[in-house]
Design a protein around this ligand. Sequence first.
Ligand SMILES: Cc1ncc(C[n+]2csc(CCOP(=O)(O)OP(=O)(O)O)c2C)c(N)n1
Ligand SMILES: [Mg+2]
Length: 800
Amino acid sequence: MTANVTAGTLTGPLSPADTDVLDRYWRAANYLSVGQIYLMDNPLLTEELRPEHIKPRLLGHWGTTPGLNFMWAHLSRAISTLDAEMMIVIGPGHGGPAALANTWLEGSYTEVYPSIGRDSDGMRQLFRQFSFPGGVPSHVAPETPGSIHEGGELGYSLSHAHGAAFDNPGLIVACVVGDGEAETGPLATSWHSHRFLNPAADGAVLPILHLNGYKIANPTVLGRLPQAELDALLRGYGYEPAYVTGTHGHVPHQEMAATLDACVARIRAIQAEARADHGRSGAGWPMIVLRSPKGWTGPVEVDGLPVEGTWRSHQVPLAEVRTNAEHRHQLVEWMKSYRPEELFGPDGSPDLDMLAFAPSGQRRLGSTPHANGGVLLRDLALPDFRDYAQAVPAPGATTSEPTRVLGGWLRDIMRRNAVQRNFRIFGPDETESNRLTAVLEATGKTWEEAMLPVDVNLAADGRVMEILSEHTCQGWLEGYLLTGRHGLFSCYEAFIHIVDSMFNQHAKWLEVSRKLSWRRPVASLNILLTSHVWRQDHNGFSHQDPGFIDLVANKKSEVIRVYLPPDANTLLSVADHCLRSREYVNVIVAGKQPNPNWLDMESAVLHCTRGAGIWKWASNDGNPEVDADVVLGAAGDVPTLEVLAATDILRQALPELRVRVVNVVDLMRLQPDSEHPHGMSDAEFNALFPPGRPIIFAYHGYPWLIHRLTYRRDAHRDIHVRGYTEEGTTTTPFDMLMMNHMDRFHLVMDVIDRVPGLVERAGELRQQMVDMRTRARAWTRQYGEDIPEVRDWQWPQPTA
Ligand SMILES: Cc1ncc(C[n+]2csc(CCOP(=O)(O)OP(=O)(O)O)c2C)c(N)n1
Ligand SMILES: [Mg+2]
């Protein structure tokens, strides 16, 4: 696709008057951007620029900003003239001044922040607040209207943009990709995203590769590729690239306008074709490559060194404006080169003619409701999870694969929300491996490419999104949630670490958004971790890592929740809670292997509502006059089973020992109520874990986290935690437990060692435990599986 222009000519869709409007708008946005980086007073340069008008700390990123301003001006025109619904995702989010300048110009900003008016005082405040203590961040942050993407950490723009486009058939998401950003792993894989975008039912993404040639201090790989290689690369990714390369006068405007017109027409043609017969157009999606100088229109040279068009313009091209009169002079020249007198009235208000192409109302890029997804969010229609209850005639009497049970409920959520089209499940090729297979009875796995007879469960309009890129899954889901929909990411526990940093960024986004009254709450990010550390039977050490929970626990307590349901019914109850919640990251760790059902549904709901509790049926304390000698605590399905097996041994061998079993589903309950909204008061905590007697706590993950969460409790000195201590390999489930000293025999030994006076009485039992470990280990070595008395152990069942 080529625009109807050749470099150096003025032919194209724009009349001279149109070009003038666009150019003035662009100049205004550039003026406002420079002003934000430098000035805290004298916004219209009505007085001579003096040092006290200049910010003492010059912070921000100029280099990317003029290109972003150029795009915003042209996207606004396309929205208006083509009657298009668009939103923008800005990969190089360090160009915050651009988003702020444009939202102020188009009026979106003042609507959200009425104190920053569209007049000279508002302009002064707009400038002053930028990157200023108590002001607004330098990036396209949650504070910025029209944004779902901060861009502080580079790499997620395209996956966010696609997440926004899914199930939004009328929306075009313009996505600016930095040419440096394009070198990141997450961005590199996300070029494949359009292979999962259904032109019939989804919206479109229009990538705009911002080829300004440089990063902070280096050229970019894509910027230096020979044109033919760049073109081949992008075509290989399935795009039809259009190049906008003019840099002077009216040419870039004509090129960009013609190119955008053609791209939108192309998108509409692809969609119309697909929507007419639900077929797939053979042609690639359009994309734009904007090859422009970094720091375009900024100082050409500073202190004798080239700046415009080089990496030197990345941040603040004139670094000493306050102290260096020559720099100050250059700044004035630079700002005046935009001819502010043609752009703003004497009162500082933007000239209305210049806004001729700016859309109005919710069509403005800064006002699209899609970027404030909570406004559009509708509750999911959730089937009653109790209908999926596993029968539990007695604790441990039946067995289920928890995630398989969850899959049945998820299938029916898919069905009930098929018309709303606001629920998707994401995963890196693991939905079936994680045993959520039943969802595929309700929908397919999205696939837009060729299908072969050997393929199963693929569908062009599927709602299970599988790509072998945890980054892309996470990015898609974040984009989907932030635009007002619901979803679940299911992932092998060890590999969720791949998105550690994305989780961090999303949690930060939520933390800030919560404080902004105009941002409406979005659905929580639900992460189901299964195929977890203790049951990596097919794999081994590489697949054994429960550390994501530790990372999650670092984030502000307001936005994070961690659940470790011990069985199928508790998993259903927890999942229901999570899919109803807003503004959290919920992490659920649940096994997929056959696991005893401990709680009937009524008990499960009570237990999950409490978040932690004494399992009376497993305990033999409870008489108020003779309380527990020892508390056995558990968090996680496998630890729960081991604790119960250890309890069984203790109750048989030492019937006089009073054992209390406490199970924790909601890990954050362990924290004090001053630290986490779910935290227990000290009284509640002491009621479960009475101080002064040993607490042996078996935990799913790295043991230190339990200490971290409970260090303020009176009972802390009595808590002894067993967990995963980074001992792993491909071996049997019980051998894994023995390697990490969390097996039932070791837990019994811990009890004997910790309960005062017991070691003297229970020497023989202790020795038996040592021997049992030896026998169990030897059995695995001889027979390749766990010793039957461990494998077949059951919680004692009531005799009929
Ligand atoms: C993942 C990540 N790594 C490093 C950085 C630090 N950083 C900020 S901007 C930048 C250069 C970005 O270059 P590009 O994407 O080309 O943006 P532009 O040239 O438009 O400024 C870098 C490396 C970052 N923000 N995120
Ligand atoms: Mg760049």
